[in-house]
Write a protein that binds this ligand. Structure first.
Ligand code: GLC
Length: 748
């Protein structure tokens, strides 16, 4: 009798919860969370901490049974709205306490409408556009029942051999923080329960991008200062911005796997930063602590991860198998589980899932014109012009015939990049189709020549050469297929795969202007094709509307504004290479460096200049962070400081004039860098502190102003010691990390 009574009471209570409008700004989510928690048994609590990859297609009854028994708190990879509604019905109507599921998915750079890969988005330096694209992704994803994305990925990456460099926003903590925050705001908005918003997930916490040699999942050995001043910065910012969830990374940091790192997941994330959401493990990262040699068995893994602060386990089931027993054996406090479940329930309430767990299967709208417009704008602003010899670009639409060549010229899938599970390739606009639409089919001679980017078959080179001979300009689309970047797809060599470089060299013999467009998921070592290309455009994987964006800049309908979010190295041998380097005791310069081929035979050992360099590839990247050309030119002048010195209480105003000295209107992105000349620990030679993206008409001059306070100059000299140190600072305002007007000030 009691059991039935309890059940009736529970259902009545629950309906009262669910009929109570969570969106009545009822801030008492905590009360609701505690009320639900109070009803749960230990097993039911542990069930909320369990996330499964949906196996509805293979065993619908088995999955529904687990949900009915309260063993599943979340699913990932279920994007059939009818299935989501069926499973939510089971969860809320057939389980004992009716707790809805939260459905997760990797909506990394769009759902059906695919935006440029995040690294490409970062090249736009346009937070507003990144926010808009994330909002569109949220609209499309939630319309399929997804209420949680495992994005943004805000791992700092300074080694393009790493496959996942594609998924982040590059090498710089300030740019990554700014764009990661924009993505979180785009996904979450101000009201997570709205049907066009989804929960974000700041990942992978932390320092995943520092894996040795860019080898996936590999060891991270770094200093506490580097962690604090570089790798944790974007996550601190994401927590402050209100990311609903975090994801623990696969890697270890200095011997401690992130899934078992209490210092990271609890001491810093919760106690220092005040994070109130929940932490999910990465796919099986909890039992992988056995492989790491950090746990004996899965019971240990569950104990270590739960105590460290992982609230939900993704795909593996060490929690489901062990936590209840560990509590009953007194080996882990039930409070640990209560806190984890509270964090999870809190996000479910914030998402409005208790009020309405269902998705309106009729409403979903994909690739709406408005979405495609944003996709094209973001693709356009992601394009980086690296070379434009004798202003060969833009081409005239009256140029006559153009040859369109290469494996990336007309591939609806490959230009989308990694993590595009839900893409719709039917809406992809390829460069070939956009160029044909721009100048007319009859003006385009198309010769794909290589079947795919890794193709080593030179047998169709003759087709490309013939096309080039009949054309007035040659547009070559090269790069990487999508599968060559992304998770577990690191490359030791980062040259153009296959025989693409050979193809460009052959085409150069035609004597026609060669315009090379590179589509890739990482910076590529393209020094070998530079001499054979009159112009080079880096397009990343530009997404659904990439072709239109590329055609618009090629024929001058639009101007470039992209700037590199990551250095492009001369070779893999230079990696890691980044602008915010330390000066070292022997900084290299072009006076000391003698290129290897110029070293005299029998040169005496001490004759080469002992500095921090490579004999062959020198000491600078091929193209630096922040670099990007335009069809116009911008001149910087009149840098001015509001004062030659400031106290820790003051604000320093730095300004400069930027003049568009060319014929085209254009966007310029002035960047503000500082250098702390002497510190209690060595400080980077430059650090990005601010940027603006401003439109400047041809002939126009604008005054750009930045503000700096002492807190902008703070850094961690040790794990727990954040300081601002007086002394001399250099400051630059410029178009990239290696150009700009320099001034100095003293912090008293
Ligand atoms: C993967 C990735 C993570 C992703 C998760 C779910 O292994 O590391 O970024 O969100 O599994 O697909």
């Amino acid at each position: 009798m009691n059991k039935i009574y309890f059940l009736i009471v529970a259902i009545i209570f629950f309906n009262s919860c669910s009929t109570k409008k969570v969106d009545k700004a009822d801030s008492n989510i905590e009360t609701k969370v505690d009320s639900v928690l109070a009803m749960l048994s230990i097993d039911e609590k542990v069930g909320q901490m369990n996330q499964l990859s949906s196996f509805y297609n293979s065993d619908p009854d088995g999955l529904k049974a687990m949900i009915r028994e309260g063993k599943v708190g979340s699913l990932l990879n279920e994007v059939n709205p009818d299935v989501v509604n069926e499973l939510q019905r089971v969860a809320t109507k057939e389980s004992k306490h009716g707790i809805p599921l939260i459905i997760g998915r990797d909506v990394i750079h769009g759902f059906k409408t695919v935006f440029p890969i995040p690294l490409g988005q970062a090249a736009s330096w346009n937070p507003a556009l990144v926010e808009k694209s994330s909002h569109i992704a949220a609209i499309e994803a939630r319309s399929k029942g997804v209420t949680w994305t495992f994005s943004p990925m805000i791992d700092i990456a300074r080694d393009p051999r790493w496959g996942r460099v594609a998924e982040g926003y590059g090498e710089d903590p300030f740019l990554t923080s700014t764009l990661g925050n924009a993505a979180i705001k785009g996904y979450q908005g101000n009201n997570l329960s709205a049907n066009d918003r989804i929960a974000a997930c700041a990942k992978h916490f932390a320092a995943y991008g520092a894996a040795e040699a860019g080898r996936e999942y590999n060891t991270v050995i770094t200093s506490n200062q580097e962690l604090r001043n570089v790798y944790l910065k974007p996550f601190q910012s994401a927590s402050h911005t209100g990311a609903a969830t975090f994801m623990a990374a696969f890697n270890e940091i200095n011997g401690i796997p992130c899934s078992g790192n209490k210092k990271l997941l609890t001491d810093v994330l919760r106690n220092e930063w005040g994070f109130k959401g929940f932490v999910v493990s990465d796919w099986a990262s909890i039992p992988e602590m056995i492989n790491h040699g950090f746990a004996d068995n899965e019971t240990d893994c569950a104990l270590i991860a739960a105590n460290a602060g992982v609230d939900m386990e993704m795909s593996s089931h060490t929690y489901l198998d062990n936590l209840a027993n560990l509590i009953k054996q007194g080996k882990i406090s039930e409070t640990v589980v209560d806190n984890a479940v509270r964090n999870i329930l809190r996000v479910k309430f914030q998402l409005g899932l208790f009020s309405n767990p269902y998705v309106d299967t009729v409403k979903s709208s994909f690739a709406a014109d408005s979405s495609l417009i944003i996709a094209k704008e973001l693709a356009l602003e992601s394009l980086v012009l690296l070379k434009n010899e004798n202003n060969v670009l833009p081409l005239s639409t009256k140029i006559g015939k153009v040859a369109v060549i290469g494996p990336m010229s007309n591939d609806r899938y490959e230009q989308l990049g990694t993590w595009v599970f839900d893409c719709d390739t039917n809406t992809t606009v390829t460069p070939l189709s956009a160029i044909r639409a721009t100048i007319g089919n009859n003006k385009v001679i198309y010769a794909k020549t290589l079947a795919y980017s890794r193709d080593k078959n030179t047998g169709r080179f003759y087709q490309a050469i013939s096309a080039a001979r009949s054309a007035n300009a040659v547009l070559v689309f090269v790069g990487e297929e999508s599968i060559l970047s992304g998770e577990a797809h690191g490359r030791a060599h980062i040259d153009l795969p296959g025989v693409q470089a050979d193809l460009i060299k052959e085409l150069h013999k035609s004597g026609k202007p060669i315009i090379t467009v590179v589509m890739a998921g990482r910076p590529l070592a393209i020094s070998n094709i530079l001499p054979y290309s009159n112009a080079v455009i880096f397009a990343w994987h530009p997404g659904t509307m990439g072709g239109t964006a590329i055609a618009d800049v090629l024929f001058g309908k639009e101007n470039f504004s992209g700037k590199l979010p990551i250095s492009i190295p001369v070779s893999a041998g230079q990696c890691p290479i980044y602008y915010a380097k330390k000066n070292t005791g022997r900084p290299a310069d072009y006076n000391s460096w003698i290129p290897m081929d110029k070293i005299p035979v029998r040169a005496p050992q001490t004759s080469l200049g002992n500095a921090s360099q490579h004999l062959d590839d020198g000491f600078e990247p091929l193209f630096p962070f922040g670099f990007g050309m335009s069809y116009t030119t911008f001149e910087y002048s009149n840098i001015n400081l509001s004062s030659p010195s400031i106290s820790v209480k003051d604000t320093l105003v730095i300004s400069a004039t930027i003049t568009n000295t060319g014929k085209f209107d254009g966007y310029e992105t002035p960047q503000l860098y500082t250098h702390d000349v002497v510190g209690s620990i060595t400080r980077p030679v430059k650090e990005l502190k601010a940027f603006q993206k401003i439109k400047i008409k041809s002939g126009e001059s604008v005054n750009v102003t930045f503000k700096l306070t002492a807190s902008d100059l703070a850094f961690y000299k040790s794990w727990n010691e954040e300081v601002v140190e007086p002394g001399l600072f250099y400051v630059w305002i410029g178009p990239s990390s290696n150009q700009g007007l320099k001034a100095q000030f003293t912090l008293q």
